[in-house]
Design a protein around this ligand. Structure first.
Ligand code: NAD
Length: 697
């Protein structure tokens, strides 16, 4: 049963019950229409209530039905909504929790809406590159006015019960403990002579508004906020239709826009990203019912840049966390940084000062390992030095209680080698957070050779509590993200050697959609770490070629923003990157030294070489089994590296461009003697993908 029918006195109650989110699949839609008919036929029934279960009214379309014929089968959601709206007995949506997408469109088709205090309402379709296609863009502006509707529809962000009440989206807030408030409301409205339909209402603009000017300004604002995405602007078109045209016409416009968006590359990429994130949580040989270890407390070793962010993530999730440092001053500094960060959030109104104190109280500083002993998980974030890591893990092995998970945040070191110094390698795992760790969503979970399945399952589950998106990576130099990034970085520097300027490369990749260009990124991150890694590589892996231009920049004392100059110059505290003639001169001198006459390089070549470098290395990572699937690699790049969501990640992008075309470009790049021609030999898995038309895994 997906929907329960029950008559309580003179009120028929249709209760959606299609776990986990009461998705409106075909069976549920049918049951709703049947329930409505049954209630209309029953003379005893005077009013009809539609509600959900537990904390969910309805999450909208059932994603399990996506791309199947059942999604289109009748009754469609539009038909269900029409049935509710045209009912001659009043229909009340009792919004008892999450009410999103099609769920909210259904509620908007009812004559009345009431909500429990914890209810949350949203039309999040825009996040998947589409718009609400079941009347949402037409009825919401009629319920809450054009301004608020625009905000909800173009951002997809939810509003709570109080805001919904104020905006007129719901008529009353009812207690969530008993159903009596809903029944009382139903019995009240039965008395009324007629029942409102949102289709008959007016989509109100703010008073004294010139509609043309209003929508022009709205488009400008939305375009700015949505960084080149199409769907938010189409949402404005649809809401404009609600404001300026009759309902029936508006619905036609909504439909046409919906169909256009569903077929767009942008929406395909965003939907790919949505499913990719869900899929990343699945590990083929670690079934969902794998027992996990309870995590009630945590510990972090090293309270520097990363340790501080990691500790904040635990405290944000309400998990007490002990932090260990070598000196009291380091503890004080770490605590002060956490406090400053939380207070900054509080200033923006996103935390109360009480919550700041609660979080601070969850951080327990210490200088003694013995104080960590009973933590369920400990994350090491000390200096990136194998000797130091070994020392830390030997100590952890000695002091930590049996069954504690021992995690390392290393970004480049071999997790197997770290595990090997303990007597419990099954408990050792890599948790590679990204900086700033309290903000960035990505967590690469590094599965070492001997990592226990229960440990892996526990950390994947913990990631969700920390509000991170976890992707499993095998052990290799750089794991998934940084190993690929190295190829992107190499190409960006080769391009400079050959004639492109850092500004041109940054502009081309920003235009492609990257959150920032590579040279701005190097300056922001600081170039000393990359420098140190390269110096090591020159010795350990002399066959890998690098442009030496970045070394020259570092050796001139230009480390990036932190030294006030790097690839750009800065007028600190202003962090705007400004072109610097000194850099131009250094680049010109370096080109001369290596005997390259600069040439004009197109933006296409810049984007192709940087992005396909990611793709080719990604294909190798996939082939080696370091990543489980191509879509996991996409998640890494979307959540951790600022890859444009509208392009779905590097692997999806290659597929959407066409593998044959990607390979043809690679061969062309390989004909260029500068810039490691051998790298451009297409990875075997890419060739395989070209034959199949899709990534094999
Ligand atoms: P950091 O220098 O900011 O912090 C390291 C902290 O560890 C310092 O406060 C230091 O006092 C402390 N420490 C050093 N040895 C210790 C020991 N034996 N016992 C206790 N504390 C000790 O470094 P960071 O940038 O936070 O990096 C930490 C780890 O995270 C490294 O392994 C690094 O590779 C990794 N990482 C860094 C980033 C990044 O962007 N910074 C990103 C991902 C991973």
């Amino acid at each position: 049963m997906t929907t329960w029918y029950e008559v309580r006195g003179d009120v028929a109650v249709l209760q959606l019950d299609n776990p986990p989110v009461n998705g409106l699949n075909n069976a549920t839609r049918k049951a709703l229409v049947e329930g409505l008919e049954r209630a209309l036929d029953d003379a005893k029934v005077k009013a009809i209530v539609i509600t959900g279960t537990d904390k969910v009214f309805s999450g909208g379309a059932d994603i399990r039905e996506f791309n199947t014929p059942a999604a289109m089968a009748e009754p469609t959601l539009l038909q269900v909504i029409a049935a509710a709206e045209s009912s001659f007995k009043p229909v009340i949506a009792a919004i008892n929790g999450v009410c999103m997408g099609g769920g909210l469109e259904l509620a908007l088709g009812c004559h009345y809406r009431v909500a429990t205090p914890k209810a949350s309402m949203a039309l999040p379709e825009v996040k998947l590159g589409i718009l609400p296609g079941a009347g949402g863009t037409q009825r919401l502006p009629r319920a809450v006015g054009v301004e608020k509707a625009l905000r909800m529809i173009t951002t997809g962000d939810p509003i709570g019960a109080d805001e919904a009440l104020k905006a007129g989206l719901v008529g009353r807030i009812v207690p969530d403990t008993t159903f009596q408030g809903v029944l009382d409301f139903a019995r009240e409205v039965v008395q009324r002579a007629s029942h409102p339909k949102l289709r008959d209402a007016k989509a109100a603009l703010p008073p004294n508004t010139d509609a043309m000017a209003f929508f022009k300004a709205a488009r400008e604002q939305v375009a700015k906020a949505s960084r080149g995405l199409t769907a938010p602007l189409k949402c404005v078109d649809a809401v404009e239709a609600a404001a300026l045209r009759p309902f029936e016409e508006g619905i036609q416009i909504e439909r046409a826009l919906f169909v256009e968006l569903v077929q767009s590359a942008e929406s395909k990429a965003l939907r790919h990203a949505f499913f990719a994130e869900r899929t990343a949580a699945k590990i083929p040989d670690v079934p969902e019912d794998t027992p996990t270890r309870p995590i009630k407390s945590a510990a972090v070793i090293g309270f520097g840049t990363m340790g501080g962010g990691i500790a904040m993530s635990f405290a944000n999730a309400g998990i007490p966390v002990r932090v260990l440092e070598m000196k009291p001053e380091a503890l004080d500094k770490g605590l002060a940084t956490c406090r400053r960060n939380w207070e900054a959030t509080a200033k923006k109104g996103r935390l109360t000062m009480g919550e700041v104190e609660q979080r601070m109280a969850l951080l327990k500083p210490t200088l003694k390992y013995e104080d960590l002993a009973d933590a369920d998980i400990v994350i090491e974030a000390v200096f990136e030095d194998m000797k130091v890591k070994h020392e830390v893990f030997r100590t952890l092995d000695r002091v930590m209680k049996p069954g504690a998970i021992l995690a390392t945040n290393t970004s480049t070191l071999d997790v197997d080698a770290i595990a090997a110094v303990t007597r419990r390698p099954q408990d050792v795992i890599g948790t590679h957070f990204f900086s700033p760790a309290n903000v960035m969503r990505l967590l690469e979970v590094v599965r070492a050779k001997k990592t226990g399945k229960d440990v892996l399952a526990t950390v994947m589950q913990l990631a969700k509590r920390l509000k991170k998106v976890a992707v499993v990576s095998g052990v290799c130099d750089g794991f998934i993200g940084n190993r690929m990034l190295e190829q992107y970085v190499r190409q960006s520097l080769f391009l400079v050697d050959e004639g492109a300027s850092p500004q041109q490369i940054d502009a081309a990749l920003s235009k492609f959609g990257m959150a920032m260009g590579p040279f701005t990124m190097y300056d922001m991150a600081g170039m000393d770490i990359g420098y140190a890694i390269r110096q090591r590589r020159y010795v350990e892996k002399p066959h890998i070629t690098y442009s030496k231009i970045a070394d020259r920049v570092v050796e001139a004392g230009r480390l990036g923003q932190k030294t006030g100059k790097g690839w750009y110059r800065y007028e600190l505290p202003d962090r705007t990157p400004r072109p610097d003639p000194e850099i131009d001169a250094m680049i010109a001198a370096y080109r001369k030294e290596i005997g390259i006459a600069p040439r004009a390089i197109s933006d296409d070549e810049i984007v192709g070489r940087c992005i396909y470098a990611l793709v080719n290395e990604g294909a190798k990572i996939l082939e080696e089994g370091i990543a489980l699937r191509a879509s996991d690699i996409d998640v890494v790049y979307l959540a951790g590296y600022g890859f444009p969501a509208a392009k779905g990640g590097p692997m999806h992008y290659a597929q959407s461009v066409g593998f044959d075309q990607v390979i043809a470009s690679m061969r062309q790049y390989g004909a260029n003697p500068h810039g490691d021609p051998k790298f451009w030999e297409p990875a075997p898995l890419l060739v395989e993908a070209a034959k199949a038309g899709r990534w094999p895994k």
